[in-house]
Design a protein around this ligand. Structure first.
Ligand code: PMP
Length: 390
């Protein structure tokens, strides 16, 4: 069968989605030698040993079957304690929480649980590349609301207001943000909450980088007055606990919404991987000291990278969280794709063009500093050399 004939079997929705723009750069970079990658969005640390051991141990004990659909009850209880202790939000382990296959699955089932065909979700851009396609796959319509470097990429409430229609169901918020590293303060969140209340919206609050804030204590959107009932809080173990490959996340929220999400989860996933759930339990009980150590290391690297970029004249705000910097490359006169491609070809440093994160990401590139100090220093030297050739 020729390709066009085969493609008639595909869903129109799937056909409408473009492959991730990050992929192309990874493919190119992985075919080259001696590349320093500032492209990947994951910790360079290996999961702490006690966490790995807890999962071995669970296998030795023969815990190889499915768990409860919503996740191991003892893990949910521990997540409940952890969220109260760390972020001051209270969720019942019994019916206000689901353990998921990464934060990614939690976002997917949250959207599928709330959206009717054609309903709109405001996606704050530049954003994590999965949001808009996941909204589309759930039958919804992603509506971008842009943030800008002059506001340090903070969402402006009046921009939400101008995007709201009678079909708007929810806003997808992410603080600390991927790719900009921007953290919304309590005051910023209060102003957003007023608009959420005014237009009767829900918020899917992706708080996966909540542990990784460097300058101010973290405020969860759900802790803002009257927002708990409107928030589906998404988090997980990938980033702060260096557990991307374990595929473990969770969602917390009002019972009715979480139970609707559980319906989708039980038919499509059954449960998150059992051995990863045992590992996550150990991470919560004994892992906080490792989180602090890793965070301190990211803080040092943030300082190295932001100073080096500033010296080169690539201006960037100091990102308050996550492990990304998002400098402006406008002064080079190159598009973000051209910049990333030429930098990779000439100096073998991989960064991600800002345009893949949405229109307002153009003019910037995302550099992840979740890599060793030595590699970061060398990458900065190479970027400096590259800029001097322009
Ligand atoms: N949300 C954001 C903002 C992310 O950056 C990522 C990972 N890059 C995820 C969610 C997905 O996390 P997980 O590995 O838990 O699926």
């Amino acid at each position: 069968m020729i390709t066009e004939q085969r493609s008639k079997y595909l869903s129109e929705t799937v056909k409408s989605i473009k492959p991730s723009g990050i992929r192309r750069f990874f493919d190119l970079a992985s075919s080259m030698e001696n590349v320093i990658s500032l492209g990947v969005g994951e910790p360079d640390f290996v999961t702490p040993w006690n966490v790995i051991e807890a999962s071995y141990h669970s296998l030795e004990l023969g815990y190889t079957a499915y768990t409860a659909n919503a996740g191991l009850p003892e893990l949910r209880k521990e997540i409940s304690r952890y969220m109260r202790r760390r972020f001051g939000v209270s969720y019942r382990a019994e019916d206000e929480m689901i353990v998921t296959v990464g934060a990614s699955q939690a976002i997917d089932i949250a959207l599928r649980a709330i959206l009717n065909p054609g309903e709109e979700v405001i996606v704050v851009e530049p954003s994590f590349v999965s949001y808009a396609p996941t909204v589309t796959l759930a039958g919804g319509v992603p509506v971008p609301v842009h943030t800008y470097s002059q506001d340090e990429f903070k969402l402006q409430p009046e921009h939400i207001e101008s995007a709201v229609t009678e079909r708007t169901k929810a806003i997808l918020l992410c603080s600390p943000n991927n790719p900009t590293g921007t953290v919304l303060s309590k005051n910023d969140l209060v102003k957003i909450a007023e608009v959420v209340e005014k237009y009767d919206l829900l918020v899917i609050s992706d708080e996966i980088y909540a542990e990784l804030t460097y300058d101010e204590p973290y405020t969860s959107f759900s802790s803002i007055e009257s927002m708990r009932d409107r928030t589906i809080l998404i988090s997980g173990f990938s980033k702060a606990f260096a557990m991307t490959g374990w595929r473990l996340g969770f969602a917390c929220g009002p019972k009715e919404i979480l139970q609707a999400m559980l319906k989708i989860h039980q038919y499509t996933m059954m449960c998150a991987p059992t051995m990863a759930q045992h590992a996550a339990l150990e991470a919560l009980v004994n892992g906080q000291k490792d989180v602090i150590k890793m965070k301190e290391s990211y803080r040092q690297r943030r300082s190295l990278v932001t100073h080096a970029l500033e010296e080169m004249g690539l201006s960037c705000h100091i990102p308050g969280g996550a492990f990304y910097v998002f400098p402006s490359i406008e002064k080079t006169g190159l598009s973000s794709e051209e910049f990333a491609e030429q930098l990779l070809m000439q100096e073998k440093v991989a960064v991600v063009p800002g345009s893949v994160f949405g229109e307002s990401g153009e003019g910037h590139v995302r550099c992840s500093y979740a890599t060793s100090i030595q590699k970061l220093e060398e990458a900065m030297r190479r970027i400096d050399r590259f800029l001097k050739t322009l």
